[in-house]
Structures are given as structure tokens and as C-alpha cells.
Design a protein around this ligand. Structure first.
Ligand code: OAD
Length: 234
């Protein structure tokens, strides 16, 4: 029977592309107060600061290239005979530029904008202005289309359904500190999936995985994909 692989990625997969992680030493949440830049209250208090933060991250992202780990997951999607569902917490577009079709962006996307008033969505310009009017309703309440603390991640129905039918669940480059993503390994294991963590070091949820590979994503992800494609018929 064809096996369904479900993969969760976090900031660690994009670290070697030059995009900062959040909780490693010197990471984004060491440099910025997340209450100020990643909450609806922060936007209400200081929209210019919030847009500056995401404009800088968008510029970093546009200047970055997908790495061998992103490309390996695209190879897996192309060559695995079963389904491969990729759920990412990342708001960058490196999975897409690395060739993966239909990654599920549960925390939104840097390259998309939305209106806090009418919920309209559109492609974000390179530099978003905090006082630019919404192209749908005209309100000056535009924001990046990113899920902030206290908000509901996107596509959760599709994600829980994929986890329930996963045969293999892999978590790559995520610290396991943010829910609901941190609960996915247990959910998949309860549904019968084999679970594996791929990370630089054991994450906070390492005990929930049956297997682990530790090292830089650009090494361990291509190796894992090559082994899957060689050893396990899809
Ligand atoms: P974190 O910064 O919390 O964790 C990054 C993980 O990547 C850590 O476990 C590192 O060990 C690992 N890592 C770092 N470099 C690596 C490398 N070269 N190869 C492999 N692993 C590496 O980032 P996330 O878990 O993605 O949410 O954070 C989850 C969410 O918290 C983010 O989506 C963001 C943040 O607040 C929102 O903004 C809503």
C-alpha cells in the first residue's frame, strides 16, 4: 500500500539559507519583543514598528535561496509513490522556490497581505506601508498575512486529517515550543504513524519521536530522503 508521509518544518530548515530562527541564541525573539511585533495588540499600538519588522524579514527572504534540505523535500514529493503532505510553520517561500507544490503554511506567508478590517487578502508589496489603504475596502488596517500569538493557525482541519492518516511523520527544524504544531507528533503516533525528528539537537518534544537524526538540515534531510527513496518502496 502506498504510504503517506506528513512533514512538519520550522525555522531550522531555513537557517542555513541565512534566515534567523526564533529561539536559538541570538534568534529573532532575543532581538525583538514578540508582544510588540507578533500580536494584534502590538499592531494596534505601533503599526509602523510591526511593518518595519516584517518588511525587513521579507527583504531577508527575498535575498535568500532555498537550500539542500528544501530541495530534498521537493525530490521526495516528486519521487515518492504515495502522498507527501508538507506543513510548514515558516512564513518564508523557500519551500515553493525549492520546488515543493502545495506546502500548507499554517502560520501564514510573508509574501501575502491582509486587511484587519475586511479580511481581504492580496500579494504583499516588497515594502508594506502601515497607512496604505486596503485594496478591497479602503481601510488603513493592512497587515502581513501572518498568524500571530493568540490567533488560530490556518488549515487546521486539513492538517488534523493528514496527521490521522499519516504512515510516517517527520518533524524538521522546529523547537516544539509552539502549539498546536508541538502536538502533531503525538497525534500522528496515536494514529499509528512512525515518527522521526530531524533537528540540529533534541527539541523540547524529542521524547515523542521513535527515531531521530541530529545535525544540520542541509545534511540530514537529503540523507533521510535518499534512504527513504532507496530502502522503502512508497
Ligand atoms: P525555533 O526558533 O523555535 O526553533 C528552531 C529549531 O531549529 C531549533 O530546535 C533548532 O535546534 C533548530 N535548528 C537551528 N538550526 C538548524 C539547522 N541548521 N538544521 C536543523 N535544525 C536547526 O523555530 P520554530 O520551531 O519554527 O511563529 O518556531 C515555531 C514558531 O514560533 C514560528 O513559526 C513562529 C515562532 O514564534 C509565529 O511567528 C506565529
Amino acid at each position: 500500500m502506498e504510504k503517506h508521509i506528513v512533514i512538519l518544518t520550522g525555522a531550522g530548515i531555513s537557517a542555513e539559507s541565512g534566515l534567523g530562527t526564533f529561539r536559538d541564541v541570538g534568534g529573532l525573539w532575543d532581538q525583538y519583543d514578540l508582544e510588540e511585533v507578533a500580536t494584534p495588540d502590538g499592531l494596534a499600538r505601533n503599526p509602523a514598528l510591526v511593518h518595519d519588522f516584517y518588511n525587513a524579514r521579507r527583504a531577508n527572504c527575498l535575498g535568500a535561496a532555498p537550500n539542500a534540505a528544501h530541495v530534498a523535500l521537493s525530490r521526495l514529493q516528486a519521487e515518492w509513490s504515495g502522498n507527501v503532505t508538507l506543513i510548514t510553520q515558516n512564513v518564508d517561500d523557500l519551500h515553493e522556490r525549492g520546488g515543493f507544490d502545495d506546502a500548507i503554511h499554517m502560520h501564514g506567508q510573508l509574501m501575502r497581505a491582509k486587511c484587519a478590517s475586511c479580511d481581504g487578502r492580496w500579494d504583499a508589496p516588497k515594502v508594506m506601508q502601515h497607512d496604505a489603504p486596503c485594496p478591497h475596502c479602503g481601510a488603513k488596517t493592512t497587515r502581513p498575512d501572518i498568524v500571530w500569538f493568540g490567533e488560530m493557525p490556518y488549515h487546521m482541519d486539513a492538517i488534523w486529517a493528514a496527521l490521522d492518516e499519516a504512515d510516517i511523520f517527520a518533524s524538521i527544524g522546529t523547537s516544539g515550543q509552539v502549539y498546536p504544531a508541538a502536538a502533531f507528533a503525538q497525534q500522528a503516533a496515536a494514529a499509528g504513524a512512525a515518527t522521526i525528528e530531524l533537528n540540529l539537537e533534541p527539541s523540547d518534544t524529542a521524547r515523542h519521536f521513535q527515531q531521530a537524526r541530529y545535525g544540520p538540515a542541509t545534511e540530514i534531510v537529503p540523507n533521510w530522503v535518499a534512504e527513504l527513496l532507496e530502502q522503502t518502496p512508497g
